[in-house]
Design a protein. Structure first.
Length: 630
């Protein structure tokens, strides 16, 4: 024991004087032992004659979480007649300056904290020196606890300039080998996310493309920023304020994608969880950067927030699968991969923080020859392959369904075009004009006119819903009108009401039926539709339920007499509900003001104002002079 103490004392006494450099093993020599250090900052500490004997002696590459100003000094004995020398200093770029015999070297220089990188090797050519050199490092590690913990220990090598250049290239090669494979995988993920976002632009109804694209782009850029910062290629602040901060929005994108994929709305509980995920970005990032929150607290907080989401989504997928949604099983494997990689990384970090050294290695990189891959890199690659297969299957199914729907829609357009052809004048002295402008490819408005027993029956209506379902209901109603041979408006509405009530698909419709006799007698029955206008004035009709609402609905008839050249205007609510870009409705006043115009003019005016719904206008002009004088 005494011998050991004597050896230690001897080693310290030699270090306190100088470290001899008499040979260059492998072309350079590492200067680890014998450094004296002191916290604070004083320019006099760079001078070779400064007495540092009271400073403690340390091993330079020992882990040191010290942040702030600190000096390191080492006196080195050099071989006689040495060639030009250089140092290879490994430390956070921007956190230190190098002094040789009291003279500051031009490079490296101190930088603001936002520009500081994690340790990387920097070559420092030495000026002409004699047989002894005083090396001093003036360091200022940013006061962010995260950076101070990650910066590692300092390392200094000395040797002839060519040998140090070779060592610097070797160190750069090691950093590239540890970084490039992971960056390549992340770039592959990024370029997979871009076309997924374009798919959303092509199919905006499928929001799963939006959230998956955002997830892929966010996760890939997060990984790239993290890897480049960890290897010292970019400032550490980019990792802190991008990679670390985007961890939580990426998790939100994964949640939204999962719910969108299965076509389920995100529940209130998950919305609250998403808000909780955003809290660290808003409230913790800057305080932690400034050192007010420790690294361990941040790591544990991240693990506590992200791991439950991954587990919860997996459980949800299994529940949805058991409930019969088979496509949810496609996401089980892709969802497992990020969860496993995150769990491995977080477990390794937490183990290091908690002192569980037996499993702290679990998050270490995997060696493949000279290259290194992080566990999350492999998980990202497997996730990309799995999700690529899943989205290909989903896209194929959706495209097939869209093609089938497009064919059905085209057929419905043709059928509707035949059913809603312009109505001809049904009897002498009666002129009918009609305009139909659907808001979509097919619409839910309809009109029909036919001559029965010398009278003209006119029907105008609007079915519930839009698109193909509404168009099919229109087809059923118009088809029924062709077979109804009575001209009595109330009876027509009763038959149509029974038809809608008997349909298993349900649905309802507003409808207005009018009968015009040759002598000008007009009989009207209304089922919840807009009343017609007579010479610019709205006719008052008894209220009634729309068709398909009740089997007990009754439809009263209103009778009046048309004078020569009277004009009736029937229209759908697409005219009244036209809406300007500022949100203003066309309204009843404007509708009444233009009700005396032609059907084409009324439709054009409403459409130019801002069409929101199907627009149907039918005008009927009674001019029976030739009939009256026959």
């Amino acid at each position: 024991m005494r011998k050991l103490a004597l050896l230690l004392l001897l080693a310290l006494s030699v270090s306190a004087q100088s470290v001899p450099v008499s040979a260059w093993p492998n072309g350079s020599q590492t200067l680890n032992s014998g450094w004296r250090t002191h916290p604070g900052d004083n320019p006099a500490w760079a001078q070779p004659g400064f007495d540092d004997s009271a400073w403690p002696v340390i091993t330079l590459d020992a882990p040191d979480n010290y942040a702030g100003w600190r000096w390191y000094r080492l006196r080195v004995q050099l071989p006689a007649r040495h060639s030009p020398l250089a140092l290879l200093v490994t430390g956070g770029d921007g956190t230190y300056e190098v002094y040789i015999n009291g003279k500051r070297m031009p490079e490296p220089v101190l930088k603001p904290p936002l520009r500081v990188t994690l340790p990387r090797g920097q070559l420092v050519p030495l000026p002409a020196v004699g047989d002894e050199a005083e090396i001093a490092l003036r360091t200022d590690v940013p006061l962010t606890s995260m950076f101070a913990a990650d910066r590692g220990a300092w390392r200094v090598q000395i040797g002839p300039l060519p040998a140090i250049q070779d060592a610097q290239r070797a160190l750069l090669g090691q950093r590239l080998n540890a970084t490039l494979p992971g960056v390549a995988i992340s770039l592959l993920v990024f370029f997979a996310g871009v076309p997924v976002l374009l798919l959303f632009w092509w199919q905006p109804d499928h929001r799963e493309y939006l959230w998956l694209g955002l997830y892929l782009v966010g996760a890939s850029t997060e990984s790239i920023a993290f890897m480049l910062a960890q290897s010292g290629f970019i400032p550490f602040s980019l990792n802190w304020f991008w990679a670390d901060a985007t961890t939580y929005p990426i998790m939100i994108a994964q949640i939204e994608f999962t719910f969108s994929f299965v076509g389920t709305r995100v529940t209130r509980g998950w919305r609250l969880y998403e808000a909780l995920l955003l809290a660290p970005v808003i409230f913790l990032e800057i305080p932690a950067w400034l050192g007010f929150i420790s690294r361990g607290v941040m790591n544990l907080e991240e693990a506590m927030l992200t791991i439950p989401a991954s587990v919860g989504l997996l459980v949800l997928l299994l529940i949805w699968y058991r409930r019969g949604y088979r496509e949810s099983s496609w996401l089980i494997l892709p969802s497992l991969l990020p969860m496993i990689s995150v769990a491995i990384i977080e477990l390794g970090i937490a183990s290091s923080y908690l002192g569980w050294h037996s499993i702290a290695w679990i998050g270490d990189p995997l060696r493949i020859g000279v290259f290194s891959l992080q566990p999350y890199n492999i998980a990202d690659l497997l996730f990309l392959l799995a999700i690529g297969i899943v989205m290909f299957l989903r896209f194929t199914r959706v495209s097939r369904e869209q093609a089938r729907a497009a064919a059905e829609l085209e057929a419905a357009q043709r059928v509707q075009a035949l059913l809603l052809r312009s109505a001809p004048s049904a009897q002498p002295g009666l002129r009918i004009d009609s305009v139909y402008r659907p808001a979509q490819e097919v619409g839910g408005d309809f009109f029909h006119s036919v001559q029965i027993d010398g009278s003209t029956r006119v029907v105008v209506g609007d079915v519930s819903g839009k698109g193909l379902g509404a168009a099919m209901l229109v087809s059923a109603l118009v088809g029924a009108l062709d077979s109804i041979r009575t001209s009595a408006p109330a009876e027509v509405l009763r038959v149509l009401n029974d038809l809608l009530l008997s349909r298993q698909q349900g649905g309802f419709a507003t409808c207005l039926c009018a009968e015009v006799a040759p002598n000008g007698t007009l009989t009207l029955a209304n089922a919840g539709h807009l009343p017609p206008y007579r010479n610019g004035q709205e006719l008052a009709l008894p209220p009634a339920l729309p068709l398909g609402m009740s089997a007990d609905a009754e439809y009263a008839e209103t009778t009046l007499h048309l004078a020569p050249h009277d004009t009736l205007t029937f229209l759908s609510d697409g005219v009244v509900e036209a809406q300007s870009p500022t949100g203003e409705l066309f309204g009843f006043d404007r509708t009444r003001a233009i009700s005396g115009q032609s059907a084409e003019e009324i439709a054009q005016t409403a459409q130019a104002f801002g069409q929101q719904d199907d627009i149907t206008v039918l005008t009927l002009q009674f001019a029976p002079s030739e009939v009256l004088h026959a």
